[in-house]
Write a protein that binds this ligand. Structure first.
Ligand code: SF4
Length: 393
């Protein structure tokens, strides 16, 4: 009897430890030290074994593993290596599986980097954010640009050939000149990264930045000139600088906030945009599979008591999945093909979204070549508004 073929999926591991809290950050992370970190990893290991006991290991073939945080490069590298061993014992990993570790400068060293390589990690995503030391300090980052440069070089020396660098723009007090300088510094590294992510700052409730800047962010949203944040024009200027500087390189934009050299697109993130199933392990981690989305507890003590019960479990209706196919798929520059939509849902894209497609195309927010629809530059600049049009009743 032939075995049913396994379904391609990604794994996400949340590592919620940081040296200190950045002033803008609302991610789930704590500054608890090595004793708590060891305890956490032993529960993480048990959670993966628990998932395997429920049959997930036999069902999925893993194309990507992503250690996110938090700062996954903070805890002992052996803890990460042990988790990868556990994953391998429970899941079939594709031979060329992308295995990414998110890192922050100030937490890497030669020994760790070699251990990561030995454990099979083949991609690093390094949070630089800015090359301007004053801005880094104002964000509450623990590192300066020199630390980043030293550890980046060490990562190359350790053999990492696939490195992504994260940048931020629209920061309080940031000028276009500073942002352009950051880009140039990154691109002129001796062996520049293969992948860049650039996100504009979002002022999140509950953070020190919220206290300082939310009124300013509101002013800006209402069309008034902000006092601390870059103005709308400056923000648009930074994005346009990003596009024009990268257009003179071999990078291409493949998603609203992501640029890459050919062949270095993030397999894991593409999985999210293309709605591949994923299983999340660790504090507050989300999973999506079998028309369901669920979340782990965000309470550290509850998680440490090995409570792996699903929280916020939601059934995804066919309409939900159509909406997500459109608004996640349109984040990618290749857009969404009519064929893909038809194969997924057995109904044509035009039957479901005909009027939305023609309205957005008429407004030059969407381009439509008959086989695929994509956001135009104008559509990207107001993508939140455009993508919301794909919500069904
Ligand atoms: S390093 Fe990342 S996760 Fe940790 S506090 Fe800073 S932004 Fe948040």
């Amino acid at each position: 009897m032939t075995q049913p073929s396994r379904i391609s999926a990604g794994l996400y591991l949340h590592i919620p430890f940081c040296v200190s809290r950045c002033l803008y950050c609302d991610f789930l992370s704590t500054t608890l030290g090595s004793e708590m970190q060891s305890r956490y990893f032993s529960v993480l290991r048990r959670e993966i074994l628990h998932a395997a006991s429920l049959g997930f290991g036999k069902k999925y073939r893993i194309l990507s593993v992503f250690f996110g945080g938090g700062t996954p490069s903070l805890p002992d590298a052996m803890l990460i290596a042990d988790i990868l061993d556990t994953i391998r014992s429970c899941f079939e990993l594709a031979p060329d599986a992308e295995i990414t570790l998110e890192c922050n400068p100030g937490t890497l060293n030669d020994e760790k980097l070699h251990m990561y390589r030995k454990a099979g990690i083949n991609r690093l995503s390094i949070g630089l954010q800015s090359a301007d030391n004053k801005l880094l300090k104002s964000l509450g980052r623990i590192h300066d640009f020199e630390t980043f440069r030293r550890e980046y070089t060490a990562a190359r020396d350790a053999g990492f050939q696939n490195i992504s660098v994260d940048l931020m723009y629209d920061l309080p007090g940031q000028s276009r000149v500073q942002f352009r300088d950051t880009l140039r510094q990154v691109l002129s590294l001796p062996d520049p990264p293969q992948h860049l992510s650039a996100y504009s700052l979002i002022i999140e409730p509950g953070t020190p930045f919220w206290e300082r800047y939310h009124e300013d962010a509101e002013r800006k949203a209402l069309g008034d000139c902000p006092l601390f944040l870059p103005s709308e024009d400056e923000e648009a200027g930074m994005l346009s600088d990003l596009k024009s500087i990268l257009s003179g390189t071999s990078f291409h934009r493949y998603e609203i906030s992501n640029w890459t050299l050919n062949g270095f697109e993030s397999v894991h993130n593409k999985g999210y945009w293309e709605r591949r199933p994923y299983l999340g392990f660790g504090l507050g981690a989300s999973s999506q599979a079998d028309h369901m989305r669920w979340k782990n507890t965000s309470d550290l003590n509850e998680y440490l008591s090995c409570s792996f019960a699903r929280k916020e479990s939601t059934h995804l209706s066919r309409s939900n999945e159509m909406e997500e196919t459109m608004f996640l798929g349109l984040r990618e520059m290749k857009g969404v093909t009519r064929q893909h939509f038809q194969e997924q849902f057995g109904v044509s894209m035009d039957e479901v979204y005909g009027r939305v497609l023609s309205n957005l195309t008429e407004l030059h927010l969407l381009s439509d070549d008959g086989s695929a629809v994509r956001l135009t530059d104008r559509g990207i600049s107001i993508s939140n508004v455009v993508l919301a049009e794909f919500l069904l009743d």
